[in-house]
Design a protein around this ligand. Sequence first.
Ligand code: ADP
Ligand code: MG
Length: 267
Amino acid sequence: MTRSGNHHDRFGIAPTTMVHAKGIRKSYGHLEVLKGVDMTVPAGTVACIIGPSGSGKSTFLRCINHLEEINGGLMLVDGDFVGYRLEGNRLYELTPSTICKRRAEIGMVFQQFNLFPHMTVLENLIEAPVRVKLEPVDQATFNAIELLKRVGLADKRDAYPRQLSGGQQQRVAIARALAMNPKVLLFDEPTSALDPELVGEVLEVMKGLAREGITMVVVTHEIGFAREVGDQLIFMDGGVVVEAGDPREMIANPQSPRTREFLARVR
Ligand code: ADP
Ligand code: MG
């Protein structure tokens, strides 16, 4: 599956690269959380990120859609700078409207679902397409119903989030992210807040998206999912990528002692 990229030639990056992170640095005050993170996610592939708590996984995801300002490095999504433009070797902030536009092209699914509690499922799904993309309500509603079928929740369109199980809420959150037709979907521990018996239904939806060729970056502790669905597995620790590679090979035969130790703990 190929996606339209417009600026690839300008930056000399292969047209199939959806996320290109190079030397990403991020500090909070004196605390350096990301110490030069490199990552390349080809379009249509799934990258799974694992690592201990506090290693910078969420921060990295948040840098991809400019929820955090990076302090150094290069972040391109589909060939476009996410929050910056480069002049010489200096980064300058894009205008707020450009940042909004770029962010709208990147979907994010959080551990805590983050649905709007006062809106029905359908209203949650059409809110951003109507407000941000100025889609007509009819069209947004039609798309939303199709998406709800895709995540198996067509019968819940008029329910409020509180009337749904955690697994159902997370499937709505995934449908809501898809409603913006994003170039890439970011997941931050999407099943960590769920009761164990509800994890499977969310992972099934995510597997379906992977089969459809949706580009995904998934922070997860579900090693089985990473092995089955991931095209690459990335182990982060202490703000750096310690090891990355083919999930099956890495899980069977981790090269770094830190990776080995972590995998032994989570399995
Ligand atoms: P992970 O997702 O791998 O658990 P995070 O990216 O959430 O790691 O956090 C990495 C480090 O950055 C932690 O030490 C955390 O306390 C710190 N941190 C995260 N967000 C902030 C923030 N907004 N302000 C200050 N420190 C933060
Ligand atoms: Mg986190």
